[in-house]
Design a binder for this molecule. Structure first.
Ligand code: ZN
Length: 424
């Protein structure tokens, strides 16, 4: 099995290298925007789409021309890669997968990529990396690099520079060490509840950051926009944002690693965060209560990072030889696990589940997780179409919802695909 994995390390550039990297990232942005403007003008004049090769020739002219001689100081491969990015953005747009490409802002993400392993050298023994036109640079080698390097992306985040090296290596297909199956129900009061009754508390250090964040945001608002004092405050705000994101990342990685190591089969609800946010208003059959209170929750809904949770579970389970099954979420919280009676009245409060037919009692989130597990097992056995509950669009659910994100490799698609296809 081919495994693609990226390893990110913090760079320790000197002042000169820092300035150069900002300039290189700016040059890539400039090339991207210039090419996009050219495409737009060309289209308006009635011309055809300019392909990558023709555009790369333009780049050579820009580098050698009198108008932008400073482009020559930036390494050529990252500039070419910016054109490839634009080309790909157009291809996604033509295939109706994405909106029309937009100009990149100076305040946006700063990064550039060396697309070939020939262009950089990693000296692990001395903890340094060689990057074209930047020379040798120290880096924090926090872990050994596994596999053959394919490309390197340099990026800037809240005052620090990072290099992410993508590698490729062959690994044996694993047989999972664990043999158990588990269902997971995600929520707000409990980040994740497991079908065996266990649960993960949500990350509550966030609130502390929120107060600090608001304070710095107020300070920033009092400054004159784009002044240097404003920029200083902005850097502080960004630093807090990065810290919050890092806390969440750490929490999610620890949770997903533990789950994927302890279980061979994991069933989750096929949630779409957009749908959860929508559900505050309710539907025609079930108008929402406490719409206002719930809309406040939407903020924390989006903040929990459930889609990232699922993405990590997907690839980590694949690495450990396990399997992730996503089931349709309809009625998981109001179906009785003992007698399969479906009623909204089963769930008295947020936490309490009491079956009106047989009197079965449990925590509502645990019931949800048990139902998810049961549906997942049924889906695997393929004895029953679990989508029958009241869904009129099982096909869409199988093909659209189970599509893996672009970053996961094709073998994940096979895993989820093999689960979804034979049943529908
Ligand atoms: Zn019951």
């Amino acid at each position: 099995m081919q495994r693609l994995q990226a390893f990110q390390f913090e760079l320790r550039p000197n002042g000169q290298q820092k300035r150069e990297m900002h300039r290189f990232a700016g040059a890539c942005r400039f090339v991207f925007n210039k090419a996009l403007a050219l495409q737009k003008a060309n289209h308006e004049a009635g011309g055809k789409f300019i392909g990558y090769v023709a555009m790369a020739k333009q780049l050579t002219d820009w580098r050698n021309g009198p108008e932008t001689p400073w482009l020559k100081e930036a390494p050529v491969h990252p500039l070419q890669h910016a054109l490839k990015d634009l080309d790909r953005a157009y291809q996604h747009f033509f295939a109706q997968r994405a909106a029309f490409p937009q100009f990149k802002k100076k305040s946006g993400k700063q990064s550039f990529r060396y697309p070939d392993a020939k262009q950089f050298k990693l000296d692990e023994a001395n903890g340094r990396v060689f990057l074209p036109k930047l020379g040798w640079m120290r880096l924090r080698l926090s872990r050994p690099l596994l596999g053959t390097p394919k490309n390197a992306t340099v990026s800037y985040r809240a005052g620090k520079w990072y290099v992410s090296i993508q590698t490729e290596r062959k690994v044996e297909a694993l047989i999972p060490q664990a043999t158990s199956a588990i269902g997971i129900d995600v929520g707000i009061t409990r980040f994740a509840t497991f079908s065996d009754g266990d649960f993960l508390a949500p990350l509550n250090s966030f609130k502390h950051h929120q107060i600090r964040l608001a304070r710095y945001q107020r300070r920033m608002a009092r400054k004159v926009k784009f002044s240097s004092n404003w920029n200083k405050e902005k850097a502080k705000v960004q630093k807090i944002h990065t810290r919050i994101a890092n806390c969440r990342k750490d929490f999610l990685h620890k949770a997903t690693t533990a789950i994927s190591q302890n279980h061979a089969l994991v069933c989750i609800e096929d949630l779409q965060v957009g749908n959860i946010s929508k559900s505050a208003q309710g539907s025609r059959e079930q108008p929402g209560k406490n719409v206002k209170a719930k809309s406040g929750l939407n903020c924390s809904n989006l903040d929990q990072g459930w889609s990232e949770f699922r993405r990590q579970l997907e690839y980590k389970l694949q690495w450990s030889g396990g399997m992730l099954v996503a089931v349709l979420p309809q009625n998981t919280s109001c179906t009785c696990p003992a007698c399969a009676h479906v009623s909204k009245d089963n769930r008295r409060t947020q936490a309490q589940f009491l079956c009106v037919a047989c009197g079965y009692q449990n925590h509502a989130d645990v019931v949800g997780a048990m139902n998810v597990l049961e549906r997942g097992l049924r889906l695997l056995a393929c004895g029953e179409d679990v989508s029958r509950a009241k869904v009129a669009r099982p096909k869409r659910a199988a093909s659209v919802k189970q599509e893996p994100t672009e970053a996961t490799s094709t073998s994940t698609m096979l895993v989820t695909g093999a689960v979804g296809i034979p049943c529908f």
